[in-house]
Design a protein around this ligand. Structure first.
Ligand SMILES: Cc1cc2nc3c(=O)[nH]c(=O)nc-3n(C[C@H](O)[C@H](O)[C@H](O)COP(=O)(O)OP(=O)(O)OC[C@H]3O[C@@H](n4cnc5c(N)ncnc54)[C@H](O)[C@@H]3O)c2cc1C
Ligand SMILES: Cc1cc2nc3c(=O)[nH]c(=O)nc-3n(C[C@H](O)[C@H](O)[C@H](O)COP(=O)(O)O)c2cc1C
Length: 610
């Protein structure tokens, strides 16, 4: 038996369970109902999360749990590998990455694979998955895997698995799943059903003096910017800013070519100013936040803090409002026409078209509907904590192991909400970091196969568009250093999609130098200056397919990086067609061959940005 039982409370079955009370649950689940206890019930909330979404949902549940009569433990899945509690319930919130577990859930998933039927017969659980349908074949792979593995090991499912799709109404899907959670848990565990949490856990007191600044960094450390320069000809009407940023890493932090740098950003000044104005604060106003669950909130509590500091560093100001939030604003609107208009945004169609698609934020709505009476505490509670963003490192440690570079596309354009300019949080923050600026960051490992092959003699085929070039600059820099050290290199092809040769052919001179040194053969495609029918990178791939086939036959590893919406699927489809033609296979055979290459050999690996 691999389950460690925690605590001594007897695990008794509830003797009478009404049909009504057990309606959402299976008969089996109903059997786990405990004797109603006045005491608090243990609740384990575990998350698997790389970029913080599943973690934020887990925190939300953990924050509300005490008011529902639970003693809560919040932890990563890996911290509980091999030791799920048989007392109370376990809720699991997790993402998937290329069908694999997030970094802090690997051991847990491995452990589940070792379990036999019946091993977890006294564990009660519920699973919620964060995923993205753009990864069609592995959508929700890990939540599904955990959910069925727990069931197979005999654990009792207290609630049907829920799922949120980051390419759709992500937060709304969580709200929907969360809405009935406490009632279902209470019924299953034989507890009293309590009022759903109102969400008002915070009290904000405005203070006139004293100020302390808190920087919440988790495992992130401070690096410093060495250089920050523009890579694009910003004089062109086609220009979209892309920055080359060199960073000195904190002592002891190391990386491999292909890894990511996680960066904790801050909000853009424009949005902070808008929020200050809406809540009638001056830039130097300070508040003290008090929270019923100060351990779990992501805000600095119990001491004076600058409002501007709070708005810059702790909450995301530009996330689209959820339906529940729109409903809350509608309820708070004092002016009847505004209330009616807000109510029109709550139904499925109104919300999808007029809030979610144009990414209208709570702040946008508060500005647009001046009669909404939302307090600052409630506003803070509605906003998710600031999330670190990942950037592919665009250098190699063989160039400099104490420094790395990023290649960042700056998200800045007229806001789809129609309210001012949209500034991407992290990219606009990085874009304005002057040399010397300190940045909270950490290296995160990439997919096992997304590194240059161990042997420099192994050929590489790299396919990318725009800043998808970032990791490949690192790969090629590594090979250039190896060549300079006298090592022989295998051939490499770089297929690179840009807008225009004179505008955004990133690192053009450097690539030309490496090409002259025999490190790489560069095959660009310019969508705003097409040549010979080549518009996008997949067209160039098809045009040069003879070289691709030859290099693949020599054992090349294929890497794809950048846009996951259109480029990566189009490139994949082109590779399937190339094989179909070269091998004389049917398209179905070519697809099967390709899936096997992806799954079993690691010789085709895509690392996409969204
Ligand atoms: C593994 C990985 C590696 C990555 N590597 C790189 C890299 O090397 N270089 C790089 O540049 N990026 C990279 N990215 C993307 C990067 O992590 C960020 O997602 C990107 O920089 C945007 O983040 P942001 O904080 O600036 O924007 P956010 O504040 O997160 O905003 C982005 C969101 O705003 C939406 N949006 C865009 N324009 C508008 C508008 N006008 N109105 C309303 N909404 C809008 C977008 O659709 C998107 O949903 C990588 C991503 C991943 C997952
Ligand atoms: C490189 C990458 C790979 C991903 N792979 C998958 C996948 O295989 N299946 C899926 O459902 N979602 C996938 N996603 C989407 C994430 O799981 C989703 O954005 C999730 O909300 C992230 O949660 P987190 O912030 O807690 O890590 C992927 C996202 C990225 C950036």
């Amino acid at each position: 038996m691999r389950v460690k039982r925690r605590g001594d409370a007897p695990f008794k079955l509830r003797s009478t369970v009404t049909a009504k009370a057990t309606r959402p649950l299976s008969d089996r689940a109903a059997q786990v109902a405990h004797v109603a206890q006045a005491a608090m019930t243990p609740l384990l909330v575990l998350y698997g999360s790389n970029t913080g979404s599943a973690e934020a949902f887990a925190k939300r549940i953990a924050t509300d749990a005490p008011a529902q009569g639970y003693v809560v433990q919040l932890a990563t899945l890996d911290e509980y590998a091999g030791r799920l509690s048989t007392n109370g319930a376990t809720l699991i919130l997790t993402a998937s990455y290329e069908g694999q577990p997030p970094d802090n859930a690997n051991q847990f998933v491995e452990w589940l694979d070792t379990l036999a039927a019946g091993d977890l017969s006294r564990v009660s659980f519920g699973v919620f998955g964060c995923g993205n349908r753009q990864w069609a074949r592995t959508y929700q792979a890990i939540p599904k895997r955990i959910d069925s593995a727990l069931e197979a090991a005999g654990a009792v499912r207290l609630r049907q698995r829920g799922e949120a799709d980051a390419s759709g109404d992500f937060f709304g899907a969580f709200d929907e799943w969360y809405a009935g959670l406490w009632a279902d848990l209470a019924r299953a565990l034989g507890k009293d059903v309590r009022e759903a949490p109102s969400g008002n856990h915070l009290r904000v007191e405005v203070v006139k003096e004293g100020r302390s600044t808190i920087l919440r960094q988790g495992d992130l450390l401070l690096g410093s910017v060495i250089e920050n320069r523009e890579l694009v000809d910003m004089g062109s009407p086609l220009a979209r800013s892309k920055r080359h940023i060199e960073i000195a890493l904190p002592a002891g932090m190391s990386y491999r070519a292909g890894d990511y740098l996680a960066v904790l950003p801050r909000n853009h000044q424009d949005n902070v100013t808008r929020a200050l104005r809406r809540f009638n604060f001056a830039a130097d106003s300070r508040v003290v936040i008090q929270s019923a669950n100060s351990d779990l909130t992501s805000l600095p509590v119990d001491h004076p803090v600058g409002v501007e500091d709070l708005l810059f560093h702790y909450v995301e100001l530009t996330q689209p409002a959820t339906r529940a939030q729109v409903a809350q604003l509608a309820a708070s609107a004092r002016c009847p026409p505004e209330k009616a208009e807000l109510q029109g945004l709550i139904d499925e169609a109104g919300y999808s078209e007029r809030v979610l698609a144009p990414r209208v934020s709570v702040l946008d709505l508060l500005e647009r509907f001046a009669s909404c009476e939302l307090g600052f505490a409630a506003f803070l509670e509605l906003l998710p904590p600031v999330r670190a963003r990942r950037y592919s490192i665009s250098s190699s440690p063989l160039w400099n192991d104490a420094r790395c570079t990023l290649t960042v596309s700056v998200v800045k354009s007229p806001a789809m909400s129609g309210q001012g300019l949209y500034h991407g949080l992290a990219s606009s923050y990085l874009a304005q970091c002057e040399p010397g600026a300190r940045i909270a960051l950490a290296v995160r490992p990439s997919n096992t196969h997304f590194h240059p092959p161990t042997l420099p003699q192994t050929p590489m085929i790299m396919v990318c568009a725009a800043t998808g070039l970032a990791p490949f600059r690192g790969f090629l820099q590594e090979r250039a250093v190896q060549a300079a050290n006298g090592q022989s290199l295998g051939p490499s092809l770089l297929f690179f999609g840009c807008d225009h040769p004179e505008v955004d052919f990133l690192y053009r001179d450097e690539l030309a130098t490496w090409e002259a040194a025999g490190v790489v053969s560069v095959r660009p495609a310019f969508c705003k200056a097409p040549q010979g029918g080549v518009v996008f990178v997949q067209h160039r791939l098809w045009k040069d397919r003879a070289d691709v086939v030859e290099l693949f036959q020599q054992g090349a590893h294929v890497y794809v990086c950048g846009d996951g919406h259109r480029m990566a699927p189009a490139v994949r489809e082109t590779f399937v067609r190339i094989y179909h033609e070269a091998a004389g296979a049917t398209m179905a055979e070519a697809e099967r061959w390709f899936e096997q290459i992806e799954r079993e050999t690691g010789r085709y690996v895509a690392d996409v940005f969204s």
